[in-house]
Design a protein around this ligand. Structure first.
Ligand SMILES: Nc1nc2c(ncn2[C@@H]2O[C@H](COP(=O)(O)OP(=O)(O)O)[C@@H](O)[C@H]2O)c(=O)[nH]1
Ligand SMILES: [Mg+2]
Length: 253
């Protein structure tokens, strides 16, 4: 992408300077005017192409209540202050979008959503939460990417995660990729990425394809990691891994 733009820029500079050079060299001004016109059209095309990478793309974070969706938003978008809680019922009561700087001249909109799989006693009973999410995705002009959030703790990966993964994958259609972000990994021994390979059988069993693009992270803030005597870099590395995953997918669109 970067290479393509720098080539565009160089060609643009060359083309813009051509009419001036020719004006000096030739007396036939009609050719020069035509060249100027061509250069202007080219510059507009280049401008559109250059701004494309800054265009906002919609990344929607979904998953069961407590998976860490809002915490992930707060990690990706400093200052977002998305409400988080470890209450038994969800504390995200309304969908909201935040601007996220992905680095490498990329940015996107990340959407926090209401938690799935709550009981009747929850903020929004599971069937209603599903319908609401489907409506939200349909209303959105174009979701570009779904990020399915899974908590990594023991017994936390559920059949319902596979069901929801498949349900929302087909709801958005085959042109919208779905990736997985596994959270709550700060206590994992070894590199976080090996959680995925350690758990392929369970992923298969619940119905999440093992070749799904993914990131394995913790969203625990640095202050909390510090209290637990854990490396604060776990936070920065997690943030970088998710951003690079999102950037990788969006840059191919
Ligand atoms: N230890 C740990 N706690 C997390 C992590 N991600 C989220 N949490 C906690 O889990 C609870 C639910 O997180 P929240 O972001 O509100 O989940 P949501 O319902 O999916 O939006 C909060 O208390 C978070 O602090 C994580 O990676 N590690
Ligand atoms: Mg939330």
């Amino acid at each position: 992408m970067y290479h393509k733009h720098s080539v565009h820029l160089r060609m643009l500079r060359l083309l813009l300077s051509l009419p001036l050079l020719l004006e000096v060299a030739f007396e036939d001004f009609s050719d020069v005017i035509l060249l100027k016109l061509f250069a202007q059209l080219w510059s507009r095309r280049c401008f559109r192409s250059l701004t494309k990478s800054h265009m906002s793309k919609n990344v929607v974070i979904i998953g069961q209540t407590g998976a860490g969706k809002s915490s992930l938003i707060n990690m990706l978008c400093p200052g977002a202050n998305a409400p988080t809680s470890n209450d038994t019922t969800g504390c995200t009561h309304v969908e909201r979008e935040y601007r996220c700087d992905l680095g490498d001249r990329f940015s996107c909109q990340v959407h926090d959503t209401i938690g799935l799989e709550e009981g009747r006693w929850g903020f929004l009973w599971a069937p209603k939460a599903e319908r609401r999410l489907i409506t939200y995705l349909k209303k959105m002009k174009s979701p570009h990417l779904l990020v399915y959030c899974i908590p990594a703790g023991r017994g936390l990966l559920k059949k319902s995660d596979g069901r929801n993964y498949q349900k929302f994958k087909s709801a958005v259609g085959k042109n919208v990729p779905v990736v997985v972000v596994v959270t709550h990994l700060e206590n994992f021994r070894g590199p976080f990425s090996s959680w995925w390979s350690n758990n392929v059988d369970k992923l298969k069993a619940v119905g999440i394809p093992v070749d799904t693009r993914h990131a394995c992270i913790t969203t625990l803030p640095k202050a909390d990691l510090h209290i637990l005597c854990m490396e604060e870099t776990l936070y920065d590395n997690s943030c970088a891994d998710v951003k690079s995953l999102i950037r990788h997918i969006l840059s191919k669109m």
